[in-house]
Design a protein around this ligand. Sequence first.
Ligand SMILES: Cc1cc2nc3c(=O)[nH]c(=O)nc-3n(C[C@H](O)[C@H](O)[C@H](O)COP(=O)(O)OP(=O)(O)OC[C@H]3O[C@@H](n4cnc5c(N)ncnc54)[C@H](O)[C@@H]3O)c2cc1C
Length: 226
Amino acid sequence: MKFLIISYSQNLETSNSFYIQLLLSYDDTVITYDLEGLLMFDVVVIGAGPTGASAALFTAKAGKKTLVIDNDKSVTKRAWIENHYGVLEISGPDLIENGKKQASKFGAEMVKATVANVSKTDNGFKVETDQSEYEAKHVIIATGMMADLAEKIGLTTKPGTEPRIKTIIDVDAAGKTNIEGIWAAGTIAGVSMHTIITAGDGAKVAINVISEMNGERYVDHDILKA
Ligand SMILES: Cc1cc2nc3c(=O)[nH]c(=O)nc-3n(C[C@H](O)[C@H](O)[C@H](O)COP(=O)(O)OP(=O)(O)OC[C@H]3O[C@@H](n4cnc5c(N)ncnc54)[C@H](O)[C@@H]3O)c2cc1C
């Protein structure tokens, strides 16, 4: 008996699906098997503003298979920023682009789409967008001032306490929501609406997700080359 993998393909743009064709032959009999499925991400981050991109930078740099889904409506695009520690001055659009580049540099995949639903599956979560669907072990919600998705998927929310923030997701100190495996960070998690703080909160929650996946506290330090 012999078997052969005829073809393997993966399509990220449409549905992140994989397709395998197997051929089984014994004596004069030949059977082909077609296998299709969704590839599992370790972490899907919803939102690519300072919070989401910062979280994805840490999870991707930690070797976690990371996908960022964003529909390009960040309020940060209207900002001119002179109070982000370590950056003399930068426009909001440039800060966002830099953040996406940093996360992509370490392998985070980016998809421009609107997430419409997140539902529990046996292996984790199904994340549905207006174009396709993906699977994830952990989901980080970083949707800024937009709480509609959180309310739709059954996350516990409460009134915001920061100026102009109507609704936030109720999280614990680690960034965990009422649904195990779904985390929230940044403006939508109620932190002060400043890029250094929202980016910092995205990083904090990412480190908590990585640490939970690794079963020990995670640290990401690079050393200056001599
Ligand atoms: C006019 C203005 C000036 C500002 N100036 C400063 C300043 O000088 N200094 C400072 O520190 N901060 C400033 N800020 C605040 C700063 O922009 C925010 O604090 C902050 O960084 C928000 O980050 P965030 O990632 O939480 O949200 P956002 O940057 O809003 O990112 C959220 C992302 O989630 C995406 N998203 C939401 N729902 C979905 C969905 N269902 N599917 C897919 N994607 C989704 C959105 O498209 C967006 O890209 C300013 C803000 C404004 C509006």
